[in-house]
Design a protein around this ligand. Structure first.
Ligand code: 5RP
Length: 248
């Protein structure tokens, strides 16, 4: 059920922001309720949608007295886990996860994802790769037939700082488009990831064979990881504008 919050009269951008926030919450709650059970080790993703999932998880842990251990995918996720009083672990102690839940920037028809809008793609991919089930939560704006239809910022690629120019040239020479160093909002310098690396945002020109692209880009010296998640997501929960949840 969609709870419609108060909006300014005729303010379309405000109303769509409110709808999107509600949609994120719907998707997050449905995924936590359907995929998390007692005695599980849970990977906790990054971004704004995951905040709703952690809220719901903490509520269930309190109400149902669940024994849940959480493994974070970023500093943000670590803080969220601690702020909610959940049990924090890592891949040293818990290398086998039951489930990982995370957001996405765009999801195509075959559940290939673009991730890394928040710059946490490397740890997100590691944690998702350690989980038996990788569940994605998103609002309706992320649902796409083909990657690039909705998300216009391109595929994030984490690079070792000294290599960002050669990596950018190698990607664009081979695949076209433009790979731009992500700058901090202040423009004072580049965004630095939790792993002390830089991010290139590769704005591709057309849809590609993403599995091949992912493998080829990863082979370029200096590339740490790409934000292409191919064949990893088991299910995606989309919160919809009409208050329903669509599962793919
Ligand atoms: C961070 C991510 C996020 O999961 C992705 O950007 C989606 O974020 P949001 O839930 O805020 O839309 O990949 O690296």
């Amino acid at each position: 059920r969609l709870i419609r919050l108060q909006r300014g009269p005729g303010n379309r951008s405000n109303s769509s922001t409110v709808m999107a926030e509600e949609a994120k919450k719907l998707a997050a709650c449905a995924a936590v309720d359907n995929h998390i059970q007692n005695n599980q080790v849970v990977g906790v993703g990054s971004g704004s949608t995951i905040v709703y999932a952690v809220d719901r998880l903490a509520e269930r842990v309190r109400q149902e007295k669940l024994n849940i251990v959480c493994v974070p995918t970023s500093f943000q996720a670590r803080q969220l886990i601690l702020q909610h009083g959940l049990s924090l672990s890592d891949l040293d102690r818990h290398p086998d996860l039951d489930v990982a839940i995370d957001g996405a920037d765009e999801v195509d028809d075959s559940l290939t994802l673009i991730k890394g809008g928040g710059g946490c793609l490397t740890q997100e991919k590691i944690v998702a790769g350690c989980a038996k089930h990788f569940i994605v939560i998103a609002d309706y704006r992320k649902d796409s037939k083909v990657l690039g239809q909705q998300w216009k910022k391109g595929v994030p690629v984490e690079v070792v700082p000294m290599a960002y120019v050669p990596v950018s040239r190698a990607i664009t020479r081979r695949f076209g488009g433009e790979a731009v160093l992500r700058m901090a909002v202040s423009k004072a310098g580049p965004v630095v990831t939790d792993n002390s690396n830089f991010i290139l945002d590769w704005k591709f020109e057309q849809a590609q064979n993403w599995k091949e692209v992912n493998t080829a880009v990863k082979m370029i010296p200096g590339v740490v990881e790409t934000g292409l998640f191919v064949g990893m997501a088991e299910k995606v929960y989309f919160g919809m504008e009409d208050g329903s949840v669509k599962v793919r």
